[in-house]
Design a protein around this ligand. Sequence first.
Ligand SMILES: C[S@@+](CC[C@H](N)C(=O)[O-])C[C@H]1O[C@@H](n2cnc3c(N)ncnc32)[C@H](O)[C@@H]1O
Length: 379
Amino acid sequence: MDKRNQKLRNMLQMALLRLKEKDTLKKIELSWGENKEIIEVDSKNPLQLIFQEQTFKREFLPQFLEKKLENKERAEIKIIERGTVIKLSLLPSDVKMEINTQDQQTQHTRPPEFGTRQNFIRAGEAQELLKTLDIMSPEGQIKADKRRKYFQVDRFVELIDEIIKDHPDDKKFSILDCGCGKSYLSFVLNYWLTEKKRVPCRVIGIDENSEVIEKSKKIQKKLGYNNMEFRQGKIMDFKPSYPIDMVLSLHACDTATDEALALGIYLKSKYIIAVPCCQAALHNKINFTPWEGIDRHRVFHNRLADIFTDGVRVSALEAKNYRVSVVEYVSPLETPKNIMLRATSGYPQPGAGERLKNLKKQVSREIPLENFLKTFKQL
Ligand SMILES: C[S@@+](CC[C@H](N)C(=O)[O-])C[C@H]1O[C@@H](n2cnc3c(N)ncnc32)[C@H](O)[C@@H]1O
């Protein structure tokens, strides 16, 4: 093997090493003279590459390129990852490597968009993501009617980033989004983790509605996020094939919030995040003695019941050794369903069992979360 080929092979091995454990590769572009060829990543298996309908394993890329370019005096290889482009320039007797990356999470190339905080998801850098999610116009401006959504997305990432600080950056992080809908926030979280923080991760979105699953798959394909998968199904039927680090449930309706919380506990997920939507399951079961004077007004009853229900959820998580923080995710003017519960396991909470017992006395000792947990254990 001549010296140039040996150098090319070494550099490609280095590039592949970078990709190990990560599914961030988007494509590889080869060019020489007027010619350009593209090697795609197999969307069903990110460890496989496709060239002119032939598939081969990613680990054989060095040999493949060596053969393809062996008689070319000059050529260029671009290994395009999300957030990074590695350019290898083949010269007559040498190979040069250039890495253009946005690795550093603090390195933002454009000032924030006017009227937004943009601490995490910067418009200048996340254009592909924001355009695909229809938050940004094709010209690169945040759409006027999507500013609130944009703010929510940034705030969401901020709140998640805060609690996963203790997760080692090189350990694969797995996320399950229960009742994912069109999976907006999971796409954004995936962008943040893989492209900005460079944490290898995989995301599963489940939803019982096949239409939203199809929509999510389309967005995923467009973005080339091969580390994400979407499945149609019910939360109660979910069977993981690997440990889940974080269970998410955002505005999941009906009993889905409690199902997701129970699933997170059952799977022993380190983190459980919920923005509850419906709190109806307990509404007519709560004994508000001695607050009948307040409870007799419907509006008060609903608000008290909502708070009581979320409070019971927090207590149930605490009784399972989760440390829980309760925050206002967005302004209550945007949505009254703006409470986010963030739970981290491994923190026994003194008195939590007793507190839960007392709350349960107010609802005839039955709470949905515990009932779903029992069901999981019986399955
Ligand atoms: C209001 S949407 C929220 C979607 C998304 N999480 C978001 O924040 O934009 C609630 C979603 O939960 C799904 N869902 C409700 N109950 C479910 C269950 N038991 N299992 C799976 N999906 C469920 C619905 O089909 C719907 O797509």
